[in-house]
Design a protein around this ligand. Sequence first.
Ligand code: NAD
Ligand code: DAU
Length: 337
Amino acid sequence: MKFLVTGGAGFIGSAFIRLVLSDPPPKPYVLNLDKLTYAGNLENLASVAGDPCYRFIHGDICDGALVNALIGDEKPDVIVNFAAESHVDRSILSPAPVFETNLRGTFTLLEAARAHQTPRFVHISTDEVYGSIELPYQANEDFPLRPASPYSASKAASDLLALSYFITYRMPVIVTRASNNYGPYQFPEKLIPLMISNALESKPLPIYGDGMHIRDWLYVDDHCRAIRAVIERGRPGEIYNIGGNRALTNIEVVRRLLQAVGKPESLMKPVADRPGHDRRYALSSEKVMRETGWHPQVSFEEGLKRTVDWYQSNPAWIARVKSGEYQSYYQQNYAGR
Ligand code: NAD
Ligand code: DAU
């Protein structure tokens, strides 16, 4: 089995590569195509860098010549497309790169996969495409798409594009839509790692609006196991939701992590809300569980403990990713908020 993983130096892609390379023999061969944007970090893959079953290619999924040559030469059995501009706040500040990578990059990959008849194409997407979900509903795969941010609109567009390749060309495309991931190696722009790293420095924790927005939390390794199950047992042309079935308000999440690092709740600082902020995400994962046998294994309590332990044990990783560009992003997104 040969995988072409895109965006494998990011948070979820690197967890996926570490997972499949730790499988018992016969091991897969993994090609990792990554542009190394601010979010890409080869340190996340240090444990597999010397593995003869792993190869890194520095490049952009929007580069048609590169992508076409790579897929034509290597003939992967499956392409797993993680590469994306993945942060909602950045997509609000600067939407152009989001559409370039998330939409044109996906198109470029699909065209190359079509030309070379790649046997499986798994497009990694998000529950944000459904927009805010009213209580007591949970979105299943047939829910209408109501993306609210440039990020989620670009993901919804790329999902539809990928699915059109199944309908029109019978290309074996599968789309997965996961809820909020957390775990080690997550870039500290997202809620959980940002709050842990600020708390470790006793810096204020910026809570958008009233902090009562609800997200469904999924431990990253559970997400990666679900993707592996979908590759093995999912049906072409289908969408699979992947949720953690653990809904919490942001305030509750932050309270628990403050407790875990032993810092006071007074560090929480309400700030101006995110524009277009979705109130509640809620996902039904019944289909992926029924069709693949996958179910989440890591409770939020256990996952948060593992995550906090990892950040506490890796101050040098945090310091490096928070130097340089991160400082100007933080200033732009939070100063005067
Ligand atoms: P991330 O931001 O941590 O990593 C993205 C990776 O993609 C980085 O390594 C970056 O260098 C690479 N990349 C960006 N543009 C590229 C390009 N043009 N060409 C090649 N590589 C490029 O993202 P993540 O949190 O790991 O998310 C991975 C995927 O999962 C994304 O598609 C995202 O939409 C989706 N997703 C994320 C979550 C979440 O909670 N983080 C939940 C559901 C779905
Ligand atoms: O639902 C899946 C999505 O989850 C993924 O598709 C995205 O790639 C990922 O970024 C994530 O999007 P969210 O916008 O839900 O995640 P974020 O971590 O940015 O925010 C989670 C919640 O926390 C949200 O309600 C906004 C709030 N928040 C976030 C930050 C960064 C704050 O209150 N303060 C903050 O500083």
